[in-house]
Design a protein around this ligand. Structure first.
Ligand SMILES: NC(=O)c1ccc[n+]([C@@H]2O[C@H](COP(=O)([O-])OP(=O)(O)OC[C@H]3O[C@@H](n4cnc5c(N)ncnc54)[C@H](OP(=O)(O)O)[C@@H]3O)[C@@H](O)[C@H]2O)c1
Length: 337
């Protein structure tokens, strides 16, 4: 038996991932003392990992060293454990590797047992996953969104955005999503009953944002770049901006210059706060419990964009940067559950 894994050989140019990564094979690794070996069943593909593939050293994670396996979130079963807190056969989620098997040290990889009673295991990457935690934390703890606030969310049809849209509606906010293309905007309006959806690829995003009644109290920013520049002048005085991601610049080896409308932070006396899920992973059980209540009550859900087979990871990954997905992008590895 072999372990196949994706290796980073060079910093990718744009979305040309095939030129920079290769699918390699090795023996299945043996866990050393304190390590756990997991057979991956599903991979979560996350836009934030794109920055680790550049040479930037000023990000929230150091770059993946060239010649190393690509790191990413995995769901699977413990095959062998040399850590007394984890037992063979347990269903776990971890920052592992894009591979058939993940070898991890629990304290470095946020390895945690998953609730086996969740009927659809994909939800450990969906509503109950890191995107769910991030959407909930960003809205309630970072942006302090309240009923009657007007909330704008970018990358609104993606995993984090779709969950943020629904949570903001649950909180009683007026919710406007920004997404690429009429189909995604129609989907958001029809499925989640948003108050508005703005197609940023259609032009005149400034006009569309300026037309939001009463201005924007909260901006949940997944992308940075030109959309952030367009949103800032349309914030209300004392508005709150929760910086979740800066996707528009993740493929750049340089830190972005801008936003050009930075002075609006002063003019509108805005609060702008970045937040990062590993910083609040100790709150994960509480966040999961809240999300589970809403999931069970039918108040929140997420579509999955599923690709089959480890060999097809790059096709799935590219969707995050070309807008090819609605909802959560996962790769089903076909391992027995
Ligand atoms: N802070 C944290 O702890 C944390 C945790 C999880 C995720 N995040 C962040 O959340 C954001 C979304 O990540 P995700 O994994 O959930 O991906 P996702 O939203 O499922 O997919 C990314 C979506 O972003 C949109 N997009 C891509 N390039 C864009 C651009 N240049 N301008 C505007 N929109 C663009 C695309 O949709 P369109 O068709 O609409 O363009 C694409 O479908 C990322 O910035 C990620 O880093 C942060």
């Amino acid at each position: 038996m072999k372990n196949r894994f994706w290796q980073l050989n060079a910093n990718p140019e744009g979305t040309d991932f095939a030129a920079a990564l290769s699918l390699e094979e090795s023996a299945i690794p043996e866990p050393a003392e304190g390590e756990v070996l997991i057979e991956n069943q599903m991979l979560s593909l996350d836009a934030g990992t794109r920055m680790w593939m550049t040479s930037r050293t000023d990000g929230y994670q150091p770059p993946i060293p060239l010649g190393s396996p690509v790191a990413g979130l995995a769901l699977g079963r413990v095959i062998e454990s040399k850590d007394p807190n984890f037992q063979q056969g347990e269903l776990v989620r971890t920052f592992g590797q894009w591979a058939d098997y993940s070898l991890v040290r629990p304290e470095l990889s946020d390895l945690r047992q998953m609730n086996k009673d969740v009927a659809d295991a994909r939800q450990h990457f969906g509503v109950l996953g890191m995107n769910g935690w991030t959407a909930l934390w960003g809205l309630t703890e970072t942006a302090k969104a309240q009923a009657d606030d007007t909330v704008v969310i970018s990358a609104a049809a993606g995993a984090t955005g779709i969950l943020a849209c629904q949570i903001a509606k649950i909180l009683g906010c007026s919710v406007y999503g920004i997404a690429g293309g009429p189909e995604k905007c129609r989907y958001l309006m029809e499925t989640y009953n948003l108050d508005g959806a703005i197609d940023y690829k259609a032009g005149d995003i400034d006009g569309a944002l300026a037309a939001i009644p009463g201005g924007i109290d909260v901006y949940f920013d997944n992308v940075g770049g030109p959309i952030l520049e367009a949103v800032l002048p349309n914030m209300v005085h004392y508005g709150r901006v929760a910086i979740c991601g800066a996707l528009a610049g993740y493929d750049d080896s340089q830190a972005p210059k801008g936003p050009a409308t930075f002075d609006q932070i002063l003019m509108k006396r805005l609060t702008v706060t970045g937040f990062f899920s590993p910083d609040f992973s100790d709150q994960g059980d509480r966040l999961t419990a809240q999300l589970m209540t809403w999931l069970d009550a039918g108040l929140i859900d997420i579509p999955f964009d599923t690709t089959h087979g480890l060999e097809n990871v790059l096709t799935a990954y590219e969707k995050l940067f070309t807008g090819g997905n609605i909802g959560k992008v996962i790769v089903d590895l076909g391992a027995s559950s």
